[in-house]
Design a binder for this molecule. Sequence first.
Ligand code: T3D
Length: 263
Amino acid sequence: MNYEQIRFASADGIARITLDRPERLNSFTTQMHEELRDALARVASDDRARVLLLTGAGRGFCAGQDLADRAVSPGAAPVDLGASIENNYRPLVLGLRNLPLPVVCAVNGVAAGAGANIALACDLVVACRSASFIQAFCRIGLVPDSGGTYFLPRLVGSARAMGLALLGDKLSAEQAEAWGLIWKCVDDDQLAPTVEALLGQLARAPTGGLAAIKRALHASAGNTLEQQLALERDAQRALGYSADYREGVAAFLEKRPPNFTGR
Ligand code: T3D
């Protein structure tokens, strides 16, 4: 598939997806969703990919659904937004969550509506200081989607989740970090070097182990302690047979840096 609304590249274990409609703050269209599904499938089937970066082109990260992508003005035929969620947003969130690789989101500017929540679906979110997060849905009579009602209370607690969702105020990247919504807020000129360092570290890490960590932490939200202990046991059993575990232990004992292959 040729991409027109995203950019995709993969090299040295690092896959990169850039939302690329800067003149519309990278808002989602049906075409962009199709391209994202295709790119995510490529990453999922590429054994050499060990980390994925999601970011946006230009001054914004993503302004959510492109509100001009279809006619919803009074008098126009009603649009089934449930179908849009089912066919586009749900697969995108699940695609990012289920990818057996860490997904880094570099929030390079405003993240609004589904744009904010797609960022939260990623595993490590780094935002530049001038970026912001806006649960814009309440401003147009909608509910936070793309996992917003799941992620927000879990990340920041129900009082803050309720405030963000009901008021739709702009949350600065700095406040987002202070509230635990994201991993890190960095100065604008430090976003690229910080993210590149993270990508390099993750691309050299024991990928299978990181995938198991991601699965275990995501599963914990719905599990009892008993279930989580069983999950940890099973994950540890599988990882104990991996080449990367043996390499990690050997490197420690030989006092040398490990050379993980992701296997
Ligand atoms: O519909 C479904 O399928 C269901 C799923 C819904 C998921 C959702 O995401 S619903 C929420 C949709 N998003 C929004 O409501 C956010 C709308 N955008 C804004 O509120 C503001 O643009 C921002 C706060 C994000 C940024 O403000 P600012 O002042 O930095 O930029 P701007 O001037 O508003 O935007 C720049 C341009 O991008 C502008 O176009 P222009 O005037 O230069 O020709 C603006 O119209 C366009 N733009 C920004 N957001 C969207 C958009 N165009 C279409 N859709 C957008 N979401």
